[in-house]
Design a protein around this ligand. Sequence first.
Ligand code: FMN
Length: 170
Amino acid sequence: MAKIGLFFGTTTGKTESVAEMIQKEFGGESVVKLHNIIDVEASEFEDYQYVIIGCPTWNIGELQSDWEGFFPELDNIDFHGKKVAYFGTGDQVGYADNFQDAIGILEEKISDLGGTTVGYWPTDGYDFNESKALRNGKFVGLAIDEDNQSDLTNERVKAWVAQLKKEFGL
Ligand SMILES: Cc1cc2nc3c(=O)[nH]c(=O)nc-3n(C[C@H](O)[C@H](O)[C@H](O)COP(=O)(O)O)c2cc1C
């Protein structure tokens, strides 16, 4: 049984690709199980003490549509005792006033439900105006921009996974 459950939504496949990179970097499917949120029931979160949430921002500051559909279900999950990390994909050039908003929206909700956030990520190397994903000057999780900085994705994923291994205590 994988220790970490990674729950992602995707519309055009970019967030799924990043999810697969994260899984590989952790050591494969024996460590990280991928769940597309379109197929998930709330009870599936009960299997994991370590959770990774992946969501792109769509439609100017909104959750990806499958996450939008699942959002009310979050109220049925007890996140107390769970360490939760977030990653998003977004477009800092096209949507500079709403870059990565979705992971900020999800983190606010899930931390209200008892989740402990890990995996904060610095804003160095990004150029945007505003984001709901900021807490004390950092992103709430890994910010990936496949639209403008795909050349940086691999190194960002590697560094973040190394950080998470420590913060999860694995
Ligand atoms: C119509 C449209 C709206 C978007 N809105 C935002 C946005 O508000 N903020 C952001 O950071 N990215 C935005 N994006 C960029 C997507 O989040 C980005 O392309 C993402 O990687 C798509 O992920 P997916 O392929 O997993 O669905 C938008 C893209 C489109 C086409």
